[in-house]
Design a protein around this ligand. Structure first.
Ligand SMILES: *Cc1c(COP(=O)(O)O)cnc(C)c1O
Length: 428
């Protein structure tokens, strides 16, 4: 007797549309192609054998766009810088969370961001971006892209949409605008940027020969708690090193969007050689199976921790999306754009750097390390660590003070996390 076979890309059972967490176990993979192995094997191979010379020719024609594919024709496997089964399965699964048509995976978040921006920008273009952005992105925008004649224009995330509008009042900026680049919530202050408003600006300042694209770094809340494509973004970017990988054991990145937007980015990836390795792809497939469990547990833990901090006399101010005051524009934006407050909490300790350092040095369960989104809770000091190369004056404008500490909450028991924070604060 044979059982009816599920299509590898089927997303329904009868009338039931399957949820992303259910699809993470099998979507895009056909066990019969791999000896029935329940998990995709790791395809550690640089190149793929063609059955015939004609097949090789046909694969290359499709890969290099020399011929339109026949309906249903899939790109054949050629060489692991172009494609690899681990990456293809992973890319198909990653599209599900964000409701994207296509995905490209990279060997780091910075590889995803740099390959994407290099593929979109040409000399003379302006890239308008929210500040603060991740340190590596900041360096790319301010020090590398200008070498290629690209002009970066930063606007403060905490200035709201009005700050973007003000920059675009300048003809020299809007007449050359090519990309709006947004990181929201901002690191480490959790300041929100209105994605839908930025999408509207991108549309308004598109020109007949130049569509302005909106790219959103969704590392902090995605892919569970914020879906930028649904608010009008063209490209979603991730450091998959963070929540998607989730175990602090790999470095990776992702770009997602429509096929039309992702294909040219993939073409650049092929030439720059910034694709992820099969091993990274395989590990991310493993991570995706528990993504919802991890992010949900981290989000719930963070609520307890943020509530504890808000009530503590040695804590001056807490930056946490779950504590935005109701009836404020920020809260209204949060309700429109985000599904949950995530698990990054920054706070200001009473005092300065000395007090912050005493606190950091006394923690026992929290690990003192940069990065975020992993199963273990991490703590760091943005002013002297992740944001130490930001100009000191700009740092203050962005709200990154000497007494600020950033927490990434993991999946430990919340009472243990709070006990550690409590004794750490007492030692200050
Ligand atoms: C970590 C991070 C990056 C860079 O990603 P890597 O994987 O370290 O290259 C980019 N953006 C944000 C928001 C990040 O947190």
């Amino acid at each position: 007797m044979t059982r009816p076979k599920r299509e590898s890309h089927s997303r329904t059972i009868g009338d039931q549309t399957l949820h992303p967490e259910s699809l993470m176990m099998g979507y895009g993979y056909r066990p019969e192609l791999s000896e029935g192995s329940i998990k995709p094997p790791l395809f550690l191979t640089s190149t793929f054998v063609f059955e015939t010379a004609e097949e090789g020719k046909a694969f290359f024609e499709l890969a290099y766009g020399l011929r339109k594919g026949d309906p249903g024709e899939e790109m054949g496997l050629i060489y692991s810088r172009l494609n690899n089964p681990n990456l293809e399965i992973l890319e198909d699964r990653l599209t599900i969370w964000d409701g994207a048509e296509a995905a490209a995976v990279f060997e780091s978040g910075m590889a995803a961001i740099s390959t994407t921006l290099l593929s979109l920008l040409t000399p003379g273009d302006v890239v308008l971006f929210s500040e603060p952005v991740y340190g590596g992105t900041d360096f790319l925008l301010k020090h590398i892209l200008p070498r290629y004649g690209i002009r970066p224009v930063g606007v403060l995330a905490n200035g709201g949409t009005a700050a973007f509008e003000a920059a675009l009042a300048d003809h020299a900026i809007r007449d050359h605008l090519a990309v709006i680049y947004v990181e929201t919530p901002a690191n480490p202050t959790n300041a929100l940027v209105d994605i839908a408003a930025c999408a509207e600006l991108a549309q308004r300042w598109s020109r007949p020969n130049k569509r302005v694209l909106l790219a959103v770094d969704n590392t902090f809340l995605g892919p569970l708690w914020q879906h930028p494509l649904r608010h009008g973004a063209d490209i979603v970017l991730y450091s998959a090193t963070k929540y998607i990988g989730g175990h602090s054991d790999l470095i990776a990145g992702v770009a997602l969007g429509s096929k039309a937007v992702i294909e040219p980015i993939k073409a650049f990836r092929t030439i720059l050689g910034t694709m992820a390795s099969p091993m990274t792809g395989w590990m991310l497939l493993r991570s995706l199976e528990t993504l919802k469990l991890r992010m949900t547990s981290q989000m719930k833990n963070a609520r307890y921790v943020a509530d504890f901090l808000a009530d503590h006399p040695k804590v001056e101010r807490v930056y946490y999306l779950g504590h935005l005051p109701p009836d404020t524009p920020e809260h209204a934006l949060y309700r429109r754009q985000c599904l949950a407050p995530g698990s990054i909490i920054s706070f200001e300790i009473v005092g300065g750097e000395a007090e912050a350092f005493r606190f950091l040095n006394n923690l026992q369960l929290f690990h003192l390390a940069v990065s975020l989104g992993g199963t273990e809770s991490l703590v760091e000091h943005p002013a002297s660590m992740t944001h130490s190369d930001v100009d000191p004056e700009e740092r203050i404008e962005m709200g990154i003070t000497e007494n600020m500490v950033r927490l990434s909450i993991g999946v430990e028991h919340p009472e243990d996390l709070i006990a550690d924070l409590k004794q750490g604060l007492e030692a200050v």
